[in-house]
Design a protein around this ligand. Structure first.
Ligand SMILES: Nc1ncnc2c1ncn2[C@@H]1O[C@H](COP(=O)(O)OP(=O)(O)OP(=O)(O)O)[C@@H](O)[C@H]1O
Ligand SMILES: [Mg+2]
Length: 338
C-alpha cells in the first residue's frame, strides 16, 4: 500500500482557522465556527457553511465560536473544529498526518493544550507540537531568523493582541493581551444601542468598523445606515451612525492596545530597545488594517510602524516557514510529544 503522509500547521484564530500543508501552502482558511444541532447533538456544518446558517437556521441549530479571546473557550467544540479542519486539509491522497504544529499564546493553559492534543489525536495525528504564536508572527512578517538585531511584531487579531520581540532566533519578549477586533465590534453594538436604540448583530458591527472605523480623531464626518431591531418597539429598525461616534466607541480599545505596546517597549532589554528605536516595529493581524492604526501607534510610541503584507496570514506564514528551518522549529516549540 502506498501511504502518503502530511505535515500540517494550524493557526486556530478567534475569527478564522488557517491550515498550512507542507508542499501545498495554505489549504484551509475559514471562519472558526461550528453549527451544532441541539436535538441530535451533532455538528452539522463548519466554517463557511456554518456562517451561512447563522441567523437563518432553525432554533435547534446553534452557531458556536469555540475560540474566544484567542483561547479555547469550549474545548469539546474547539476539538471538533480542529479535527474537521485537519481532515479537510488532507488532499485525498494522504491518509496519515505525520505531525501538526499548532500556534498558541505563550500563556495557554494545560487544559487548552490537552484539548487540542486530544482533538489532533482524534483526527489521527500522532505528533502534536505547540509553538509560540508570537515567534511565528515575527517569522511570518518577513523577519529573517538570522537577524542579529532585535525585531518586534504586534499581531492584532480578532480576540488577541500578541506582542513579541526576537533577536537572532531567540524570543526575548512575548505578551498576549486579550483584546482585538471583536472588542471593537462589541463596543459598536453597545454604542448603537445606547445612541440609537437599535440592536445590531456582530456582522453588522464588523462591517461598520471596517467601513468607517478609524484609530485617529476624525475631522471629516461620514456616516452609514445599519439595520437591526428596535430596543423600544422590537420591530426591525434602521439607524444612521457617523464616524465620530464610531471613533469614540472604539477609542478605549485602541488605547488599551497602545498602552500594552508602550509597556512592552519599556520591558525590553536596553540593547534591544536601541534596535527597535532605529528600526521601529511591525504590525500584523487583521485589525492592523483598521484605518489610521499604523499612524496612531507610530504617533503614540514615536517609532516607525511597518504594516506587513496580508497581515491576517502572518501567523500561518510563519508556521509554514518553520518547516523550512529546523533550528527555528526547535526554538519555536513550547511542548511536543514527538
Ligand atoms: N480593514 C479592516 N479594518 C479593521 N478591522 C479589520 C479589517 N479587516 C479585518 N479586520 C478585523 O480583523 C480581525 C480578524 O483578524 P485575524 O484574522 O488576524 O484574527 P484571528 O487570527 O482570527 O484572531 P486572533 O489571532 O486574535 O485569535 C476581525 O476582528 C476583523 O473584523
Ligand atoms: Mg490570529
Amino acid at each position: 500500500m502506498n501511504l502518503v503522509t502530511d505535515d500540517l500547521a494550524v493557526d486556530l484564530g478567534t475569527s478564522r482557522t488557517r491550515v498550512f500543508a507542507k508542499g501545498r501552502g495554505v489549504v484551509v482558511n475559514e471562519p472558526s465556527l461550528l453549527a451544532y444541532d441541539l436535538p441530535s447533538r451533532e455538528v452539522v456544518a463548519v466554517g463557511l457553511e456554518a456562517l451561512e446558517l447563522e441567523g437563518r437556521a432553525s432554533e435547534d441549530i446553534q452557531i458556536i465560536s469555540p475560540l474566544q479571546d484567542g483561547v479555547v473557550a469550549d474545548s469539546t467544540f474547539a476539538g471538533k473544529l480542529l479535527e474537521r479542519y485537519i481532515r479537510k486539509a488532507r488532499d485525498g491522497r494522504s491518509t496519515i498526518t505525520h505531525r501538526v504544529l499548532i500556534s498558541v499564546p505563550a500563556d495557554a493553559s494545560d487544559i487548552e493544550h490537552y484539548a487540542l492534543r486530544y482533538a489532533a489525536r482524534e483526527a489521527g495525528v500522532s505528533n502534536v507540537y505547540f509553538v509560540n504564536k508570537g515567534f511565528v508572527a515575527i517569522l511570518g512578517s518577513g523577519v529573517s531568523v538570522d537577524d542579529q538585531r532585535a525585531t518586534m511584531v504586534v499581531d492584532i487579531g480578532a480576540g488577541t493582541t500578541t506582542i513579541a520581540a526576537m533577536v537572532h532566533n531567540h524570543l526575548i519578549f512575548t505578551r498576549t493581551l486579550r483584546v482585538g477586533g471583536n472588542d471593537m465590534d462589541a463596543a459598536l453594538i453597545d454604542m448603537i444601542k445606547m445612541n440609537h436604540n437599535v440592536l445590531v448583530g456582530p456582522r453588522t458591527a464588523e462591517r461598520v468598523k471596517i467601513e468607517l472605523g478609524c484609530a485617529l480623531e476624525v475631522d471629516q464626518e461620514s456616516s452609514t445606515n445599519v439595520k437591526g431591531r428596535s430596543t423600544i418597539a422590537g420591530n426591525p429598525e434602521m439607524a444612521h451612525v457617523n464616524s465620530v461616534e464610531i471613533h469614540e466607541a472604539i477609542d478605549p480599545i485602541i488605547g488599551r492596545i497602545v498602552t500594552c505596546v508602550q509597556d512592552a517597549l519599556e520591558a525590553l532589554p536596553p540593547e534591544a530597545s536601541a534596535d527597535i528605536y532605529d528600526r521601529g516595529f511591525i504590525i500584523a493581524g487583521g485589525t492592523s488594517l483598521l484605518s489610521g492604526l499604523d499612524e496612531r501607534l507610530s504617533r503614540d510610541t514615536e517609532l516607525d510602524v511597518t504594516q506587513t503584507e496580508s497581515p491576517q496570514r502572518a501567523v500561518i506564514r510563519g508556521l509554514g516557514l518553520l518547516y523550512e528551518n529546523p533550528l527555528a522549529l526547535r526554538r519555536a516549540i513550547l511542548r511536543g510529544d514527538g
